[in-house]
Design a binder for this molecule. Sequence first.
Ligand SMILES: [Zn+2]
Length: 472
Amino acid sequence: MPTLRNIKVWNTDEVIDLAIPGPDGEPDGDAGIDATGLTVAPGFADPHVHFRDPGQTYKESMASGCAAAASGGYTNVLIMPNTVPAMDGEPVEAGKPGADEVLGAGYGTVIDYLQHYGEAHGVDLPVRYDLCVCASKGRAGHEATELDRWWRYMPGVDDDSKDAAQLAHPVTAISDDGSAVTPETLDAVFALAKASGLPLIEHCEHHDTGAVNEGPVSRKLGVPGIPEDTELKIVARDIAKARETGVYVHFQHVSTAISFDAIRKAKAEGLPITCETAPHYLALSDEALLEYGTLAKMNPPLRSEADRLATIEAIADGTVDMIATDHAPHTLEEKALGFLEAPNGIVGLECAYGVCHKVLVDGGHISDARLIELMSVAPERLMGHEATDVAALVEAFSEPAPNEGSNRLLDLAKVDDPESVDLVVLGTDQAWTVDPERFRSKARNTPFGGWKVTGRPLATVIGSRLAFSRLG
Ligand SMILES: [Zn+2]
């Protein structure tokens, strides 16, 4: 990897030269690449991805999902627990769907299996990942998971006895993502979160009927609708619970104006609450169902245009803390099943930055610097990590400019603790067209195919080494 000349440093006025060792740690070549107009920033982190492994690897696998993440500028992701079997810490029972993949590799639980995935499959996954444990056993909503089953996987618990893979891929959150915590398990799940100190990540939707947002579009399509207040009911319930217990609650993919209002008030009250939204809620309304069909079907559903505008406003005023993709791979055959039967969700990792940049930065709602913060610093914090402080690295380790008119050089081979440095190189103004055929993901289910966007991740750096590049 040659040195990148004249690259901007995120959140500063600084322009530097940046030398990045190659994937095997070999020093950079001597030729320089002109990186004028590019920005180096802390690597993106996605607190909400589904890699379908084990159990549904025809949709995605840890290998393809991580490759998609690296290509999208991500250096860290949080794996949701709706794997098959579910990631609930319980011993995997032979004969159940997905059990062979776990037991055949010699592991007893899904958590063990995913922590040691690289070893089990002889692959080097190109991004970091943490694990999110189920709130309820089997994600069935009848009985909370048992702390004893997953306590040891948390960071800081018995670290001396852990191997490198266990230390690298801890359990850092609790969720029944895909559905909300049920009334039946609510008290027990909040008690789990309280006892473990982990955030409770809530999928704030609870409904048994409906496939798309209730409104003119659902009526036009003749498809049963999901009322907007299904989201608010869970948000309001959990805000009350956070107030009562002090448990940190993070709301996933918030999509309605009325929920943002409730969260805004709760945050003003000082409650321990954060929230995310996803690129599709700020880029699309339920009108998109008419154009993209089931490629625009997700849960929560795309809402009204007023809700879309409220989402952007909530991002602009700081109510939204971070952006998550809810990367949800499905096959196009599954998506062709029609509005009632097709599974919910779209893939997001490989176009999230471009779509968000187009709507939020080009639209004049937030700055480039703020978008990067929403996609890196804030989600890392949710997972209990610190994003790389690029400005501090430059301050501490760059070599002085050799003469007037040249730049300071930051050589990543020469920093202290190189393992801790995760970065993304961004063409913040680079225009490109989303082409799902070129995704590293196994899946193609996105409504954004053919979209012209600006802002492209060009390289990811993990542990001070190049992990992915589309530069030169
Ligand atoms: Zn999800």
